[in-house]
Design a binder for this molecule. Sequence first.
Ligand code: F6P
Length: 361
Amino acid sequence: MVKRIGVLTGGGDCPGLNPALRAVVKTAIVKYGYEVIGFKDGYRGLVENNFVKLELDDVSGLLDRGGTILGTSNKDNPFKYRTEIDGNIEYKDMSKRVLENLDMFGIDCMVFIGGDGTLTSARDFMRMGVKGVGVPKTIDNDLSATDSTFGFMTAVYTATEAIDKLHSTAESHHRVMILEVMGRYAGWIALESGISGGADVVLIPEIPYDINKVAQKVMERKNRGKSFSIIVVAEGAKSVQGDVVISKVIKDSPDPIRLGGVGNRIAEEIEKLTGIESRVTVLGHLQRGGAPVPYDRILSTRFGVHAVELINQERFGMMVSLKGNSISEVPVEEAVGTLKTVDPNGELVTIAKSLGVGFGD
Ligand code: F6P
């Protein structure tokens, strides 16, 4: 019988984490009478015993709050945990310590809320016997086992608003305005915000771009009287000859590469090729912050409630998932490791191309 559940949020923060926590805690306490323990800062809290008991009051007023009240980390992998001994950095497997802590606190089941990295560690703990369920999150929308993740729509909304605003300067100054958005391996934010904001060119990791074709699109517009263009570029976009642009390497992160700078590269090249003044805006972490849009509040609430229902049915080892309009679940084993990327021949790219949007291909 489950009596006490633990919960953590891991990976990059994302709009909808707080509503998901609210849904988990409320359903657990109100419907099933479980106790809920929240571990702080992702897996770090599980390794270092940093936790808090979550009561109904703790999750009150969270629907419109960005971030996560538990804190998070995209650096702490419990299977390769950074420790400092006498000034030397070492990486240790702390998974046994986590099992001991779970045992010590009488945690019957864990709710792991996170993206691919967090859920991969969750899978590994489940293989070691931990009872748990997964809840997917990421603004990138690149998890293959769910049709959508919360956070994504808010990021698309933020990027769309940015495109709307960039139109003013583009039009008034007759410039090329470039918006660089997140998306390391998948171009969903660039593609969907590009469509909803009316971008003229969308560059995504899945379609390597030829800068001459991008310049050609800008010139085509100029020649038919449109003296400005808007280009949306995903941070992971690469040219046909080149590679991604790396902004920094975070050594102690399980996924150490941080991208950034492709927008500047494109601006320079477009200005050279077309003679039109070009400017860049990097949206960065603005995409991850702020109040979740209603869609994300509802999706994260549905996910959180369903996670607790799975626990009540003792269906451990599953990740909640959206399939069509229904919430269901998939084995965590099948949910991690494969990214959902944009299909270059899929419907969204095709409709964008029908409207004349360029992809640099
Ligand atoms: O995976 C989410 C994400 O926001 C990516 O889109 C981005 O590349 C990365 O995280 C940025 O990470 P950090 O918060 O470490 O800068």
